[in-house]
Design a protein around this ligand. Structure first.
Ligand code: ADP
Length: 515
């Protein structure tokens, strides 16, 4: 008899499910996407039931792939996107779609709170940066601008809570997800009185707060049947995708940095007590007893390389396709023809506004230092370097709060390029450890399930399920160049920040290229 655990990650673009045995071997993976609804430019919503259906079909697929003949699925453990918000009526029917982190309709309230100092006070209580991504600010929008929904809402939940409720009829919220709403007091790990007062909510409208390893049974028969599992399967609450992907790369000890560069990017580390950044550039969320996640979410990760790939090298990309060459590998080869530092060409990657470290939706990108000798090859290298400079600047903010990193672990699509990974070591002047690639969020969800079931008791032991690591060491000849350029990059960031509003305003008014 073999026991299986499903680790499922409800992301913003898709849900990924993996099925493991209790030794961590993978028996099947599935990925199911869903659309984003943008009826107006500042809206970014998803349909909660479409996401629910994606979780059903993803689990159905992995269970089929595992072809279980001699055992059963004992637990389903949950990772999910942060900052989503859904209003439910008294019968738990959605009154809204799920507003994702990217929904911008609460911009006005975040701006107002930033200005009048109230945002800073709330940040110090809850650890949520002052930004429209936060459900705290979205609730202010509903309260002030959508009273017909606000007055009718019996409950306010995130996507993970809704999905688990739909499977089991149990409405609970674990602490890491609750923290990312901006309604949880980070010191007490209870709903924050002030945040409730400001938003006009009562505790009865929010789910019961539980630990990340909370487990319970009660899946409805219809869903157990469709997925192909037994009714006594445990639901394990799990945590946010941010917390789990940090645990899943093995960055568990205080001061070990976990950096992810996929489509977006993030720099995170666990600390043992709440730490706030005096400039509110970083979030701080309780996750487990004595474990607080401090970090910065970054919009402009690999998506900026995708832009350069399509916009600067469209012709070559087409040719590469015909020759069956990976066009991203080709870009790295082109970038490698240019020396480190791109002969003094500096790129600011803020194509989509930026969260950490600027927290400015109006931020825009720029090339600086262009001369006649610069070519597109310089531009592509500068783009790769610029994305790293930005990540490094967030790391500098993190260092101010949490001290020198003990180790830097990095993961995500960027690590497919050895050039880009070496660049990270050179810019960070630090060894960069790349764990063998796997789905870190689902692995950590699976591990939390094992802890919940009493099969593991030490988070550090997740490391035994990880493959081997590759280490990139900084090259002294190279990092000297970056040491010269980095201060220019940082000064430019400050100087340009005054101009972002004007240029974004222009783009909104006169250009149809604005998103
Ligand atoms: P996601 O965050 O959506 O899960 P990934 O972690 O797979 O995605 O990362 C996707 C990003 O990785 C892309 O935006 C792209 O910029 C980058 N990428 C993909 N392939 C390569 C490559 N061969 N070299 C460098 N970067 C790559």
């Amino acid at each position: 008899m073999m026991d299986y655990i499903i680790g499922i990650d409800v992301g913003t673009t898709s849900t990924k499910a993996l099925i493991y045995d209790t030794d961590g071997n993978i028996y099947g993976k599935a990925n199911k996407g869903y659309p984003l609804y943008q009826d107006t430019p500042d809206m970014a919503e998803e349909d909660p039931d479409e996401i629910f259906n994606a979780t059903v079909s993803a689990m159905q697929e992995v269970v089929a792939k595992a072809n279980i003949t001699d055992g059963k699925v004992i637990a389903i453990s949950w990772s999910a996107q942060q900052h989503s918000l859904i209003a439910l009526d008294k019968d738990f029917k959605p009154l809204t779609r799920s507003l994702t982190w990217a929904d911008n309709r609460s911009q006005k309230y975040a701006a107002e709170y930033k200005q009048n100092g109230r945002g800073m006070e709330m940040y110090k209580r809850t650890g949520l940066p002052i930004h429209p991504m936060g459900p705290f600010y979205k609730l202010l929008y509903f309260k002030n601008e959508r009273p017909e929904i606000f007055d009718q809402a019996a409950y306010w939940v995130g996507i993970k809570e809704y999905i688990i409720w739909k499977y089991t009829g149990v409405l609970k919220e674990e602490v890491s997800m609750a923290a990312a709403t901006g309604l949880l007091n980070m010191n007490s790990a209870q709903w924050d009185e002030e945040a409730l007062k400001e938003t006009g909510l009562t505790e009865r409208q929010l789910p019961e707060l539980v630990d990340t390893t909370d487990k319970f049974q009660g899946i409805k028969s219809e869903y157990a049947k469709v997925i192909g599992i037994d009714k006594d399967v445990y639901f394990v609450m799990g945590a946010t995708d941010g917390a789990l992907s940090t645990i899943g790369v093995g960055a568990i000890q205080t001061g070990v940095l976990a950096i992810n560069i996929g489509t977006s990017a993030a720099v995170r580390t666990f600390v043992d007590k709440p730490r706030v950044d005096p400039k509110a550039r970083l979030y701080c969320y309780p996750v487990m007893k004595g474990k607080y996640l401090v970090g910065g979410p970054i919009n402009n990760g690999g998506i900026v390389l995708n832009w350069a790939h399509d916009s600067l090298f469209g012709g070559e990309v087409e040719a590469a396709k015909l020759l069956h060459i990976d066009s991203y590998d080709m870009l790295s080869k082109i970038a490698a023809t240019v020396p480190a530092g791109s002969d003094g060409l500096i790129f600011h990657p803020y194509l989509g506004g930026e969260r950490a470290p600027l927290w400015d939706a109006n931020a825009r990108g720029s090339f600086f230092g262009l001369n006649r000798k610069h070519t597109r090859a310089h531009m592509i290298r500068a783009v790769m370097e610029g994305i790293m400079y930005n990540l490094y600047s967030v790391t500098l903010a993190l260092k101010e709060v949490t001290g020198e990193p003990k180790a830097v672990l990095a993961a995500g699509g960027f690590a497919r390029s050895t050039l880009w990974t070496q660049m990270m070591a050179d810019i960070f002047e630090h060894n960069i450890v790349i764990p063998e690639s796997y789905e870190s969020g689902s692995l950590a969800a699976m591990f939390l399930a094992k802890m919940a079931l009493g099969l593991e008791d030490n988070l550090e032991d997740i490391k035994k399920y990880m493959g081997k690591e590759t280490v990139y060491e900084p090259n002294e000849d190279v990092f000297k160049r970056y040491r010269t350029l980095m201060p220019i990059y940082l000064r430019l960031s400050r100087d340009l920040s005054k101009e972002y509003e004007g240029i974004a305003e222009y783009q909104r008014e006169f250009s149809d290229t604005d998103e």
